[in-house]
Design a binder for this molecule. Structure first.
Ligand SMILES: Cc1cc2nc3c(=O)[nH]c(=O)nc-3n(C[C@H](O)[C@H](O)[C@H](O)COP(=O)(O)OP(=O)(O)OC[C@H]3O[C@@H](n4cnc5c(N)ncnc54)[C@H](O)[C@@H]3O)c2cc1C
Length: 408
């Protein structure tokens, strides 16, 4: 058993955990980031970093480093329904950065490693809490491959361990989940002829989501009715491939050559979720551990990074001044600022998810001749809902990084 001691343990090296750890460490707060994976590689996560994230990265002095890595930038995104385009988002002076999460996270962690106040424990899985008089005062964990047990004492634990959060479960915090009735089958292909600005395409054969990852690779997601994946698999990969190319014929060559097995696919339910509370004594949840926005709405990264920026602003002054644990009241200030914003985003995404799920069953209740006009009206509504949710996603006051807290 090895014992560590730190000010803050951040559990989970996703966008929320890496950014918060970097900001805290740079502000002179002793921070330990614990990640169960050996590397920061991850499959099938979000690769879109929409405004205000590029500006926030600039305020953190990370933007130049991140832009030196393979990435794309776009200023607008569209939804195409039966060949007609509808705007999903459009930025005048800002851009969306499209890039894979692993290089971005590696870059943030390596910048954090410049500070003596930062330590990173990878291949280490948190499995429980230490408690003093009922207040959480650290975590217990196991390191692979040695199986060594660790205890990490801290003044605060931040649970940034994603949608299946161990810290949330260990704190017995309920998650309120809303299903939309649909799931997404994700897969990757070398970047084909499909253009960068299309994010969603609705055609007679179904609904396809697009996410360019780099100049040579894209991620695609076929929307299906919940519970129908086994049926889809039974019909065979050939039928899946023709459904995809029926929606986007420009993918035909790429699909023929590269999509050969369902082993290349990952199934994800299109659901949103909100933890009943984000705080118990000694623990704060942020990012997907606290709230899951539908992947179709593509805002999870934004919300997670904004949580980190707000948490840094509120927690750092307390962590720098006192030696005791951080009071529940201070932690609740983070939740009070972020929860209303997240609730609005989740609500509008839920509407969009349910709308899309209904489109999937259109063949069951409408004759063929109605499909195009109905789907186009649906697309116009989804377009409106998404643009509305963009207006709400930062809340009334867009967050900014408190650079005065940095020690250098
Ligand atoms: C297919 C897909 C597409 C998406 N598309 C977009 C998009 O285009 N734009 C967008 O903004 N968002 C998108 N999202 C959502 C986005 O990826 C997430 O919202 C975002 O990654 C959440 O960040 P996070 O840091 O909160 O959690 P995560 O990224 O999930 O990171 C959590 C980390 O915690 C680690 N962990 C878990 N348990 C433990 C433990 N017990 N001990 C130690 N470590 C642990 C995990 O290994 C992981 O590294 C998408 C999601 C998916 C799945």
């Amino acid at each position: 058993m090895t014992d560590y001691s730190t000010d803050v343990v951040v559990v989970g090296g996703g966008p929320a955990g890496c950014i918060l750890s970097y900001l805290l460490a740079r502000s002179g707060v002793k921070t330990t980031l614990v990640e169960r994976q050996q590397t920061l590689n991850r499959e099938f996560r979000g690769y879109g970093f929409r405004p205000p994230i590029p500006s926030l990265l600039a305020e953190m002095d990370l933007r130049d480093d991140i832009e030196s890595l393979p990435h794309e930038t776009i200023a607008r995104g569209t939804l195409v329904a039966y060949g007609r385009s509808y705007p999903l988002f459009e930025f005048d002076n800002e851009q969306v950065i499209l890039m894979k999460q692993p290089p971005l996270l590696r870059c943030v962690v390596s910048r954090a490693q410049k500070y003596d106040t930062f330590s990173f424990l990878n291949s280490t899985t948190v499995d429980g809490f230490l408690r003093d008089d009922g207040t959480i005062s650290g975590v217990t964990a196991t390191t692979r491959p040695s199986g060594e047990r660790l205890t990490i004492r801290s003044r605060l634990v931040v649970g940034a361990d994603g949608r299946y959060s161990t810290t949330r479960d260990a704190a017995k915090i309920d998650l309120q989940t809303k299903e939309t009735g649909s799931e997404v089958v994700w897969f990757r292909l070398p970047r084909a002829a499909a253009d960068l600005t299309t994010h969603l395409r609705i055609e007679r054969d179904g609904v396809l989501a697009y996410s360019p990852l780099s100049d040579h690779e894209s991620q695609y997601g076929l929307l299906i009715q919940e519970g129908t994946y086994p049926e889809l698999r039974n019909r065979g990969i050939e039928s899946f491939r023709s459904q995809v190319t029926g929606i986007e014929p420009r993918l035909a060559d790429s699909v023929d050559q590269h999509l050969t097995s369902f082993d290349q696919c990952a199934l994800l339910s299109v659901q949103s979720a909100l933890a009943k509370r984000w705080v118990v004594d000694g623990l704060l949840l942020i990012g997907d551990a606290a709230h899951v926005a539908s992947p179709i709405g593509a805002q999870g990264n934004n919300l997670a990074i904004q949580d980190a920026v707000i948490a840094h602003r509120i927690l750092t002054p307390v962590l720098k001044q006192e030696t005791a644990s951080v009071s529940t009241g201070v932690l609740q200030r983070v939740e009070r600022i972020r929860r209303p914003v997240i609730e609005e985003v989740i609500e509008s995404q839920q509407l969009m998810g349910e709308g899309l799920a209904r489109l999937l069953t259109i063949h069951d209740y409408l004759p063929q001749s109605f499909h195009a006009p109905v789907l186009r009206s649906g697309a116009a509504l989804v377009s409106l809902a998404t643009r509305f949710s963009r207006r709400t996603e930062t809340g009334p006051e867009p967050p900014s990084v408190d650079r005065d807290l940095f020690v250098e």
